[in-house]
Design a protein around this ligand. Structure first.
Ligand code: ACO
Length: 323
């Protein structure tokens, strides 16, 4: 049976690092409050010349390099983003152009913070359906451009960045030992869309708008949603939390990550944490954390890795990968 195997991974972060203390001069907040409530210590913020497309391109180039491949080897680019360079065309085709690709196809996916998990699941189906042999799956965001920098309840939480993987079709035995994507589960619930949204758009206000969030409400739902899709993935794959080598959750808030891991029975030492360094980078958060896990020498070939994300919509999902 055909499996979608991760052949390469890469990431890119804006040059500028913004530490919590900088916010003390912008809004009524403190380093102590931000660290205690979120675990965030710093985030990267894009300068004028850095965009979702440029960060996505840089992450994609690094992923291709680590795979020993070139853009000529890729059939499809799927970019998960909620902060595209333009309303249209898709930023994925801009990345296609930047990479010098004159073949294949490219499109964006929009599931906010769950975007990368949605894109991995979609890419897996394209590979298993024979629509592509190699896919660049990218999560790239510049949330700093849609933040209300006067709103202390949101501006301290987010950061910019990008991560990418190259997925490749490979023959598997159809067992849990196969490398590649083994199971996934996606959910959404549009009745909750006012809990986390952007108050602008082409068809409504004609403006880009700013991010608005009822943080306490999101927090209240987060752990239940996360554990729901993960338990679904466990049951599809026939495994338990003990079988997992690494848990790579969406990096929104350390308290949500800790509570989810505890509820699922996943040991602390199996959890990859980057929220302290990157803040919440939406669709880039999971591939950035994956990339950090590989660079730190934690995630190794053959490990069983559980990815999870939840975000605006609400959307949420989980993917199980044999690395
Ligand atoms: N500095 C200081 N005080 C603050 C700040 C700040 N930056 N922000 C809020 N406060 C105040 C509030 O005004 C409130 O004051 P009050 O009691 O006088 O009203 C107090 O701190 C407590 O506020 P809460 O919102 O109850 O704080 P909470 O402990 O819930 O933490 C937080 C807030 C960090 C936003 C948390 O609710 C959270 O992480 N929510 C989930 C966010 C999330 O996971 N998003 C994921 C999806 S992101 C996506 O999809 C794009």
């Amino acid at each position: 049976m055909i499996r979608s195997v991760v052949r390469g991974i890469g990431s890119a972060l804006p040059r500028r690092i913004m530490k919590n203390a900088e916010f003390e001069t912008l809004v009524d907040t403190s380093d102590e409050w931000i660290v205690q409530r979120t675990g965030i210590r710093q985030r990267h913020v894009a300068s004028e010349d850095e965009t979702t497309a440029s960060l996505g391109e840089a992450a994609a180039r690094r992923a291709l390099e680590s795979a020993g491949l070139t853009p000529d080897d890729v059939d499809l680019i799927i970019l998960a983003t909620a902060t595209p360079n333009n309303t249209f065309p898709a930023t994925a085709v801009e990345i296609q152009e930047r990479l010098g690709m004159r073949h294949g196809y490219a499109f964006d996916m929009q599931a906010v913070c769950s975007g990368f998990v949605y894109a991995m699941t979609t890419a897996d189906l394209y590979i298993r359906g024979g629509q592509a042999k190699r896919i660049l799956v990218i999560g790239a965001e510049t949330f700093s451009r849609i933040l209300d920098w006067n709103d202390r309840t949101t501006c301290v939480l987010f950061g910019d960045g990008a991560g990418a993987v190259v997925l490749e079709a490979a023959e598997g035995e159809g067992t849990l030992d196969d490398r590649g994507i083994l199971a996934s589960s996606l959910r959404s619930d549009g009745t909750q869309r006012d809990k986390l949204y952007v108050d602008g758009g082409p068809s409504t206000t004609g403006t880009v708008g700013h991010l608005r969030m009822q943080g306490r409400e999101v927090f209240k739902h987060a752990v239940g949603m996360i554990t729901d899709v993960i338990e679904d993935v466990f049951s599809k794959a026939g495994i338990t939390a003990d079988d997992i080598d690494w848990f790579v959750p969406h990096q929104a808030n350390k308290r949500i990550i800790d509570a989810s891991a505890k509820k699922l029975g996943i040991a602390d030492e199996k959890v990859i944490i980057t929220v302290d360094l990157h803040g919440n980078t939406s669709a880039a958060s999971v591939p950035l954390a994956l990339s950090a896990g590989v660079e730190r020498g934690q995630i190794k070939k053959g490990d069983l890795v559980l990815l999870e994300a939840m975000g605006g919509g609400f959307t949420w999902g989980a993917v199980l990968v044999r690395w």
